[in-house]
Design a protein around this ligand. Sequence first.
Ligand code: G6P
Ligand code: ZN
Length: 583
Amino acid sequence: MVMFKVSSVETTPFNDQKPGTSGLRKKVKVFKQPKYLENFVQSTFNALGAGKVRGATLVVSGDGRYYSKDAIQIIIKMAAANGVRRVWIGQNGLLSTPAVSAVIRERVGPDGSKANGAFILTASHNPGGPHEDFGIKYNTENGGPAPEGITDKIFENTKTIKEYLIAEGLPDVDISIIGVTSFMGPEGQFDIDVFDSASDYVKLMKSIFDFQSIQKLLTSPKFSFCYDALHGVAGAYAKRIFVEELGANESSLLNCVPKEDFGGGHPDPNLTYAKELVARMGLGKTNSEQEPPEFGAAADGDADRNMILGKRFFVTPSDSVAIIAANSVEAIPYFSGGLKGVARSMPTSAALDVVAKHLNLKFFEVPTGWKFFGNLMDAGRCSVCGEESFGTGSDHIREKDGIWAVLAWLSILAYKNKDNLGEEKLVTVEDIVRQHWATYGRHYYTRYDYENVDAGGAKELMAHLVMLQSSLDEVNKIIKGIHSDMSNVVNADEFEYKDPVDGSISKHQGIRYLFEDGSRLVFRLSGTGSEGATIRLYIEQYENDPAMTGRDSQEALAPLVEVALKLSKMQEFTGRSAPTVIT
Ligand code: G6P
Ligand code: ZN
C-alpha cells in the first residue's frame, strides 16, 4: 500500500471567501490563485471540528464544470491529511446536487460505511469554463446544505487561517475507473471509492415513482417527450432514467453529454437560456415545421433546477409546485399516505397557498434558499416544496431535484391519462394547468432580473424602497398617479422569518409591497451571483374569475410592472432600461 505523510503549509487569508446562498462561487481565475481553494477547504474542516472530520466518510463530486478535476485531487489530499477515513467520488467526479444528497442519505459503501457530508463542486446555473464560474459548498449529514451556523464559522476561519494540511506522497487518483484504492497515512488507512454516479439515485427514484405507469406513457405513440440537460450533469442521469429505464427514445435527449463549459451556454433552465428546447417546444420564434413534443423539460448545470414545458406552453415554477402538491397523493406512490405539509419561498407565488387551504395542509412561507425547507423536512412537517427560481422537490432528499420534478410531472400525466392511451385525446400539460386554474384561480406571475448591475446602485435602490415603506399614503399616491384604478398597497415590509424548528431568525429577506387585491411586488438582491449585484423583481396578481384566467401573462401584468419600475426608480438607480432576463 502506498504511504503518505502529512505536511502543514503556511498560508494567509483571502478576504472574499464568504459563502453565499449556496456556497462559495467565484470566477475560475479566483479559485486558481495559489492556496485559494485550500484555504476554503481547510476553513471548512476547522469549522466542522476534528470530531466530525477524523474517521469521516466524505463525498466529493459535482457538476463536472471546468476546474472540478483539479479541485477533486486537491480535496482528496487535504481530506487524507485531516484524518478523513474515506472519500467517495462519483465516476469522473460527476454527481448531481440531488444525487449527492441521495448518496449521503442512502448509499452504503462496500465496507458498510455511510457518508457524513459532502463537498459539492458546482456553481449551479452559472456558466462554466476557464473564464467563467466555479463553486464549492458543503452539505451535512442530513444531505442538505450546511446551516448558517457552519457557513458563518467557515467564513470566520477564512479570515484568520494560517496553515492548511495536505498529504505528501499521495498520487493523483484516476477517477474515471470504478473501484476502491487504499493508502496508508500516519493515522491508518485512507480509501478512495469511485462509484457509479447514477445507481443510488436511480434506485431512490424507483422507490418513489411508479416507473411502470410512466413507461406506459412514455412509450405510447400518443405521447412525445424531450429533455434538455444544457450539457450539465443531468445528462449522466437522463439517459439512464428516461431512455434505459423508461423507454424514451434516445433522440428525445438534447445536450445530454456533460461538458466542462456546458457547450459555452448558460446552464439555467429558463425561457431565455434553454433556447434549443424552447424552440423545439414551439415557444418563441421557430422555423421548424415539426410538431413539438407533448412534454419538455430542462435542468441546470448541477441538475437541481427544472423547467417544465408543454407543447407551446410554459409552466411557471410557482404553478408547478402547486400542481404537483395538488396531485401528488393520487399520482405518486411515495405520497399515497398524504402530505405532511407544503412550503414555498417568499417570492414564489401564492398558488401553493391556495392548494394548501383547499386540501387543509400545513403550509410554510420561508426565505429564499433550500436549507429552510430542509429544517421543516427534518422535523417531519413538509413533504413537497418549491421556489419560483425553478426549484421543486420533496423530503426524499434535502436538495431540490430537477429529475424528480420531471418524474413528478410524468406521473401526473400518466395518472390523468391512465385510461386514456387508446383513441381518446391526450390530457396535455396545458390541460392540467388550465384545469388547475379553473379550480384554484390563477396567479399571474413574472420575474424581472437585472444582472451584474453596479452594487452601489442596487443597494441605493433597495434603501429607497425601504424608505418608501414608511409612508404608504405616499406610495399609494405615486401608484394612483400611474394607474388610477389599481388597488391600494395595504402592507409593506422586509420579510423576516423565524424558523419554527430551531427558532433562528433571518432578517432582510426581501422587500414586499402587498396590495389589497392580493397582488404583490417583491424586490430582492440575488445571493448567488459572482459579480456585481443582481436585482430580482417579482410581480404577482391573483385572478379567480375563470373567465379571466386565460390571458397572456405579460399583458395581464403590464400595469403592475409599470408601477414596480416607477416606484423603485429602476432606471435611475441601475441605468438599465430593460431587464437582462424575464421569466
Ligand atoms: C439557489 C438556491 C435556491 C434559491 C436560489 C436563489 O439556487 O439553491 O434555493 O432559490 O439559489 O437564487 P438567488 O440568485 O435569487 O439568490
Ligand atoms: Zn443548481
